[in-house]
Design a protein around this ligand. Structure first.
Ligand SMILES: [Zn+2]
Length: 213
């Protein structure tokens, strides 16, 4: 249990230092390895630089508190719905990164345009239908936009990034922001060409063989 808490506090510092969140906004969770029907999540409205392991709250998949003194993140339904429906996912990070949020305000999707986005996120990034932050409705619209992929934009709000572990969820959050920057810049300069489905599949296949392992 301590491991999930430690990973969450470390991830909080990372996403804060990398400018993916501002102030106390955004939230991080991790499914418990020892009990996959529970997850650990950041407390509501606390400074990432001040969150300690004892501030992390443990909840079940219904969002009911099982351990901890703090009030859990207001986006608890968003995290709980992911763990309930995506068995392969063990970490969820919600950020308000600037470029991705700009596209979320346009309520547009980021088409599949660059390699790392296609390989790690799983294709283009869709924007979920607008719903009020913190609601069950937001969780449901986010899941529809996620489909089987690892990231989605939340209309007029921010980003949700998933991973098999915390490191992957951070990587996804960074790639979403980078892809949003590239897309906005390419749109400004001209007419970005999106990758077709065949190219997307080829890139995903190449990624399965990528790296040292
Ligand atoms: Zn938010």
């Amino acid at each position: 249990m301590t491991r999930a808490k430690k990973e969450i506090t470390q991830a909080g510092t990372k996403i804060y230092d990398r400018g993916l969140v501002a102030g106390t906004w955004g939230n991080i969770s991790k499914r418990l390895e020892e009990d996959p029907k529970k997850f650990a999540i950041t407390p509501s409205g606390m400074d990432y630089r001040k969150i300690k392991e004892e501030d992390i709250v443990i909840l079940n998949l219904e969002g009911e508190k099982k351990e901890g003194e703090r009030i859990p993140s207001a986006e608890t339904p968003l995290h709980a719905h992911v763990y309930k429906t995506r068995e392969e996912i063990n970490a969820v990070i919600h950020t308000h990164s600037v470029y991705a949020s700009a596209i979320a305000c346009l309520r547009e999707n980021i088409p599949p345009i660059v390699e790392d986005m296609v390989q790690i996120v799983g294709g283009g990034i869709e924007t979920a239908e607008y719903e009020l932050p913190g609601t069950e409705e937001l969780a449901e619209s986010a899941l529809r936009a996620l489909n089987h992929k690892k990231a989605a934009l939340l209309a007029n709000h921010g980003v949700i990034s998933l991973g098999k572990d915390v490191d992957e969820a951070i990587k996804v959050a960074e790639i979403v922001e980078k892809s949003a920057k590239i897309y906005l810049l390419a749109e400004f300069l001209g007419n970005p060409k999106k990758l077709d489905e065949e190219e997307v599949e080829k890139m995903k296949e190449a990624y399965r063989k990528y790296g040292q392992s």
